[in-house]
Design a protein around this ligand. Structure first.
Ligand code: ATP
Length: 243
């Protein structure tokens, strides 16, 4: 897949999509999506399976080209994208430390020798996600939850102004979820714009801003308390139990 260059603007305004249509070969997924991602805040993207959440994240990350519309990203550095752990092969011959060090490539360039500062950033990210003691283990040999924490550590190591995460806490135990929530809160308090896809309404309610997707269209956007109403939940998910 090619990175988008021609239809992207980067400046200091919040990340945004304007009239974006995007998808895969002969399979349009996002239809005329216009949305903003408030700077220095956490945005939750929710919606049923197949509604286009990961596609939206891919467009924002620049790994998926738009068919029409524009993407605006803040700053000149690229965003950090933390994919779902299932998208990483078990056979990848990488230690946890090497995987997190790759996060520094965004600023050093690939295969460059890491500076002392880079190594400090890597050590800090391993520590914050509670995977420092796993640093010399192979990424493919970790449990799903351990691997997910390592991938989030890799995302943090990029020190990007825009951090995108696809279901970072899905299927994790409470301790692993807390590591991730604490790390994301810390990022937000440092001014990072965080965008996370989630199926967890409680997690979405903790965000500052929420987007609801249905069938590739933006159905609602705003503060989670205003957006995740009973009406929206029953329209989108066909009536979910009270929570
Ligand atoms: N690589 C791909 N090639 C072709 N179609 C794809 C590809 N990835 C996703 N799709 C299709 O795009 C649509 C939206 O998928 P997407 O993964 O964005 O949804 P999602 O909301 O993230 O779903 P989920 O909650 O199940 O993760 C689906 O119909 C899916 O089958």
């Amino acid at each position: 897949m090619r990175a988008i260059t021609d239809d992207v603007t980067t400046d200091d305004r919040p990340a945004a999509l304007r009239g974006v249509c995007a998808g895969y070969r002969r399979h349009p997924v996002l239809h005329d999506v216009t949305a903003e991602f408030p700077a220095g805040r956490r945005t939750a993207v929710v919606g049923p399976n197949g509604s286009g959440k990961s596609t939206l994240l891919g467009v924002l990350a620049g790994v998926l080209p738009v068919l029409s519309g524009t993407v605006r990203r803040p700053g000149s550095a690229g965003p950090a994208l933390v994919a779902q752990r299932t998208s990483v092969s078990d056979a990848l011959p990488l230690t946890v430390r090497a995987a997190v060090e790759m996060g520094r490539w965004a600023s050093t360039g690939p295969w460059r020798r890491l500076s002392k500062r880079d190594r400090e950033v890597v050590a800090d990210c391993l520590e914050r996600l509670g995977v420092a003691d796993l640093a010399d283990r192979s990424l493919g040999a970790l449990s799903g939850g351990q691997r997910q924490r390592a991938l989030v550590a890799q995302g943090l190591a990029q020190r990007a102004g825009l951090l995108l995460l696809d279901e970072p806490a899905a299927g994790l135990d409470v301790a692993a979820q807390r590591y991730i929530t604490a790390a994301l809160d810390q990022e937000r308090s440092c001014g990072t714009t965080v965008v996370q896809v989630t199926h967890d309404f409680a997690e979405a309610r903790e965000a500052d801003h929420c987007l609801v997707l249905r069938d590739g269209r933006l159905l609602a956007a705003g503060p989670p308390g205003d957006v995740l109403t009973r009406d929206v939940l029953s329209t989108v998910w066909g009536g979910v139990p009270a929570f």
